[in-house]
Design a protein around this ligand. Sequence first.
Ligand code: HEC
Length: 252
Amino acid sequence: MRLAFIFGVTAFVVAVVGATHASPVLAQTGKTVWDGVFSEEQAARGRELYNATCAPCHKEDLSGQPGPNLAAEAFYLRFDQDHLGRIYNSILTRMPANEQRGTLRPEQAADLVAYLLAFNKFPSGAAALPAEMPALTAIRVTRGKDAPTEAPNLSLVHIVGCLTKSGTAFVIANATAPMVTKNPEPSKDAELTAAQGRALGSETFGLVLLQVQPTAVAPHAGSKVEAKGLLIRGPQNRINLTSIQPVAATCN
Ligand code: HEC
């Protein structure tokens, strides 16, 4: 299985580099759910809609059945280190998981995310959560106000940056801060749109090509790409690539 292979490689990478490099102190980027990212009014709208539409499968206390538990620890186990775009996108495209699927409007999906956050005791703020992917992907779920917002070393991440040839190797330059993902495959649909819209960053990552052939990487040189893989922090930051796709023909 693909994931088993990835974790096999992780073990290998840990053996090679893990022992010698402590995690560097990482810069804080973007917002988290602790920054007051939704309004109380919005969460109240979300609550009404939730109780009418979602509670049949997730229960009024979010404990779930037949849908999964979305409260407290279960919320973290499912979403810690993810961005709100993932929750929003799941609700918008897959919920409610019955014949009404696909009928929610974007604003309603954002209201529902706001309610899930309010129920889970994240603080409200002055402005409503926008119903718009690039903004939502910049807000991360973390376990506490001071918990690191950067993806941990050796986690499966996605980045967006410029694929550049460096001698015989490839690097991804002007890359965004890595974000944790659960899916090693190229993004699709709304997440792909979000990747296309993400502003470039300032990081550089070398590529470790064990699972993806160099011949699959080379044609995208010069493009803005989305790359996914295992994050390897060290003197040279690298990504052990699981997938790469162009998101724009040029990179600037
Ligand atoms: C008919 C039952 C049903 C209804 C109604 C329903 N859900 Fe779900 N929900 C599920 C099931 C089953 C899953 C797990 C499978 C999946 O993620 O598609 C799920 C998963 C989820 C997840 C986790 C998604 C993820 O990416 O991990 C969220 C969040 C969610 N539902 C929110 C909602 C909201 C908000 C509503 C109301 C608009 C709703 N659900 C209505 C059955 C339901």
